[in-house]
Each structure stands twice: as structure tokens, then as C-alpha cells.
Design a binder for this molecule. Structure first.
Ligand SMILES: CC(C)(COP(=O)(O)OP(=O)(O)OC[C@H]1O[C@@H](n2cnc3c(N)ncnc32)[C@H](O)[C@@H]1OP(=O)(O)O)[C@@H](O)C(=O)NCCC(=O)NCCS
Length: 176
């Protein structure tokens, strides 16, 4: 595994897209193994995902949107994406839309550092609460969110956009 020499959290630039795409796919494959169909995970393409991130990052941000990366030894090993909540019942909620790390970096405090950057960016955009959606069976992530002061708010939804059902639950916390 090796020692991490330099860890840095910073705003993402378009040039990070390939690294973000790789983290996104590898993290899904590790975290969701056994939770979503194997053939779906096998079919995920880091290059395609990186291209989608390049498109998103080059579009220019809407108000309240930001993407952060965690770098270890100048390599992207994690990212977090925030923006206005897209939920129909949202008013002043910012949403943590994604937070993913390469599996070899789990449990070393990097997720916590990314989450702090994500949550600290939200009040500046006028949001008074943070929400996020998590796969109900993703126990590790749920524990992580609870440690970060979020709690289930009772909302759940089924997302079938990937060709199989994913039941997600919503977490929420007030922002100071
Ligand atoms: C979820 C994920 C981002 C968490 O990141 P991480 O780097 O593994 O988590 P950290 O090391 O920062 O935090 C884990 C530990 O710190 C604690 N912690 C985290 N944030 C904390 C906080 N704000 N305050 C106090 N404790 C905290 C946790 O309780 C945990 O404690 P433990 O070491 O006793 O188990 C990471 O595991 C991951 O990428 N998982 C796969 C992808 C995924 O599921 N993403 C979420 C999709 S919705």
C-alpha cells in the first residue's frame, strides 16, 4: 500500500477528468460488488466516464456547483461533487451528489477531508441544509455519513435508470 506522501484537496479542473472517471468506475466496482448486478459493474468504462466528467467540468458551473479532488502524490484518488439539490421538495438544500475514493485509500481520513471541503462550500452558496442520496445497502457509506453528522430524513426512492432497481435513502443535516 505504501505511505501517502502528499495529500491535497483542491477544486477540480478539466485536466482531472480522466482521473475522476477512473476513480468513479473503480470505486463503484469495489463498493457495489454484490449490491448491484456484476455485469453492470464489469461494463463500466473509465474512459467514457472520464469524458462525461470532461464535458461537465468544461461546461462552466451553475451557481452552487463545485467538484473537489483528493490527490495523493499528485494523482487523483478521490473526488466529491456538490450542487443545488435536484429534489422536487428542495428549497435551500445543497446536495452532495457524489463522493468516491479508490478502495486502497478508504479508511484513511481522505473521505472525511473531501466531505469537509464539500460541506464547507455549501453555505457560501446560500444553502442552509445538505442532503445526499445513498444506496440503502451501502453500509460503509451510511456509517461514514452518520459520522459526518447526517441522518436519514425518511425519504427514499427507487432509481431504475441503469436497467435494475436501486433503492436509495436520503440523508440530511443542517449547515452552520
Ligand atoms: C464513503 C467513502 C467516501 C468514505 O471515505 P473514507 O476515506 O473511507 O472515510 P474516512 O477514513 O474519512 O472515515 C472513516 C472513519 O472516520 C470516521 N469519520 C468520518 N468522517 C467523520 C467526521 N466528520 N467526524 C467524525 N468521524 C468521522 C468514520 O466514522 C470512520 O471511523 P473508523 O475509522 O473508526 O471506521 C469511501 O469509503 C468510499 O469511497 N467508499 C466507496 C464509494 C461510496 O460508497 N461512496 C458513497 C456513495 S453514496
Amino acid at each position: 500500500m505504501g505511505t501517502i506522501e502528499v495529500v491535497n484537496i483542491r477544486l477540480a479542473v478539466v485536466g482531472d477528468s480522466r482521473g475522476i472517471g477512473l476513480v468513479h468506475v473503480r470505486s463503484w466496482q469495489a463498493a457495489y460488488k454484490g449490491l448491484v448486478p456484476e455485469d453492470y459493474l464489469d461494463g463500466l468504462d473509465p474512459v467514457q466516464r472520464g469524458q462525461a466528467w470532461a464535458d461537465y467540468l468544461s461546461e462552466g458551473h451553475q451557481a452552487g456547483e463545485a467538484v473537489f479532488v483528493a490527490e495523493a502524490d499528485s494523482k487523483v484518488v478521490g473526488f466529491a461533487s456538490v450542487g443545488p439539490s435536484r429534489d422536487e421538495d428542495a428549497s435551500a438544500q445543497g446536495e452532495v451528489r457524489a463522493i468516491y475514493l479508490l478502495a486502497e485509500f478508504w479508511g484513511r481520513g481522505l473521505g472525511r477531508a473531501l466531505m469537509s471541503a464539500a460541506l464547507e462550500s455549501l453555505p457560501g452558496s446560500g444553502f442552509t441544509e445538505a442532503t445526499l442520496w445513498v444506496l440503502g445497502t451501502n453500509e460503509r457509506a451510511r456509517r461514514f455519513y452518520e459520522a459526518a453528522g447526517l441522518a436519514p430524513d425518511g425519504a427514499s426512492k427507487e432509481d431504475s435508470s441503469r436497467g435494475f432497481p436501486m433503492t436509495e435513502v436520503r440523508y440530511r443535516r443542517r449547515l452552520s
